[in-house]
Design a protein around this ligand. Sequence first.
Ligand SMILES: [Zn+2]
Length: 625
Amino acid sequence: MAELAILEKVKDLLPKDAISRVELEGSEIIVYTKSKEFFQNHESAVKEVVSTIKKRIEVRPEGNLTNDEEATKKRIMEMVPAEAGVKDIYFEPERSLVVIVAEKPGLVIGRGGETFRAIRSETMWVPRIERIPSIKSEIIEGIRKVLHKEVKFRKKFLNDIGKSIFSERKTNRDWIRVIALGGFREVGRSCMLVETPKSKVLVDCGVNLGGTNGGQYPILQTKEFDPNDLDAVIISHAHLDHCGMVPYLYEYGYKGPLYCTTPTVDLFAMLCLDYIDVMQRNGVAPIYTAKSVKEAVRHSIGLDYGEVSDVAPDVRLTLQNAGHILGSALVHLHIGEGMHNIVWACDMKYARTTLFEPAFTDFSRLETLIIESTYGGEDCIMPHRQEAEAQLLGAINRTMERGGTVIIPTFSVERAQDVMAILVENDFQHPVFVDGMIWDATGIFTAYPEYMSHTMQRKIFNNEDPFINPIFKRIASPADREKSWKEKPAVILSTSGMLVGGPVLEHLKMLAEDPKNSLLFIGYQAEGTMGRRIQRGWKELPIRGDNGRTATVPINLEICTVDGLSGHSDRNQLLSYINRLGAKPSRVLVAHGEVSRAVDLARSIYKLFRIETSAPRNLESIRLK
Ligand SMILES: [Zn+2]
């Protein structure tokens, strides 16, 4: 294959005698140098090239310039202060990288990047720094191991992706359309295809946990859709209704990249592996295997907020904070050279929460906005955050006073960590049991403080990490679960959030009969779920006994619902988000909401802002240009 024009151009712009080769890793250009001098002092030369070609460039030394590995390890340990807690240093000689695994990455980087630069220039390796989560996370360890072990595969894969991104695909036509493949006029199985004459990009690919008869999955059996044709798959965030179907794509032939933030990769893998387990436990044949989840991880490309990355010849991707869950992102797609800009804002929170900053608004260009409507209806006004927190603490304390247990059903990565942070902030002193996956998810939280709010970051960096507070006790086995029922008063945080399976049903089975206890809903309860039924007044909990027969447990415990802690925006927040956007969109598509709420929000947006707005149905194709 002929060298790509972009690589030739970079070579031409840099001093010939210093450069040995130029390669692509995804959309990043990697320049290998044979000159020690150039590696140590290339900033200004490279800066100029970057401003000409508008692509990211990293300079790395050729393997024969890097120092001996053992000597490098020793030198790094001398240069980095002991408080940084460096636990491991390993090498990827194929890419001239040294990975430093530390408890406090900030201290490895040093003030203004001083230590980092010194390591680079003295050892002649390019440092990468990984944070050790303060709660041990097997998922993170597993994923990092996979990516490290697969360094040869990754190098080739990233190189191939780069070639595809910068390939010339000739066309004399210009059009853009999006196709709604799931999650339109409903909550669940979010999926949208963005298509131009040159490329196809899939945004989200989720499952609907409450769905039946094929309504669980996005509609992928269409003429337009073939996983082999996709240039990229992008996940906005790690909720199963946005990412649960992604491994299926790898099971059926997709071999391309998966773009999302780094915490999303970890949470996504954790949730999909659990989803396979849940299907098996329910006697359903899983729609994909753990191998496909691993395939997705092998093909993942983690991006930070604000990092611009080409993902197809005419599509440039930027992820921005969505304020919804850890690592959640608004997906900004820049199509063509200034032709059209799309923002996918499903899901998002436009308000400050304990853990996150409000969703990003500062887009300089935006023509089409796709926005969620989970709480978009006229009736969806949530109480203020402070009020909601007071309600939450009120309900919990009331139960504590009568010596009961509060069961809080929650998604593992939505409000659980929020509740944990609120309890610590309010100096809560009773034991809080954290069941199964919520604990694992919390471990992932502790690896990425930079994805949280400024206040939370400050706390974590000042050694006041709320998640490692001793009130939290992990439930890791049935025996732990039994113990949690005996210790009173107490709080139990458990999945699933809508009472569709998961350990929360075990807790409920044991604790439902005693009126001293309470069941506290803090999240959205979808139609058709046990959570919604109990909220509506069901007084009996059906349970399957060991003999296979169904019995019932009377529900006598107090049922409370606290609104306003949701990771979704309410109607006012959705409308004020549109109002505050840096660029006014010329079209809004309303998605991710029950029919009446989606339609209602669409109507209001049109009335208030005079923007062309609609609430498309699944399978509708909308031409944007
Ligand atoms: Zn979500």
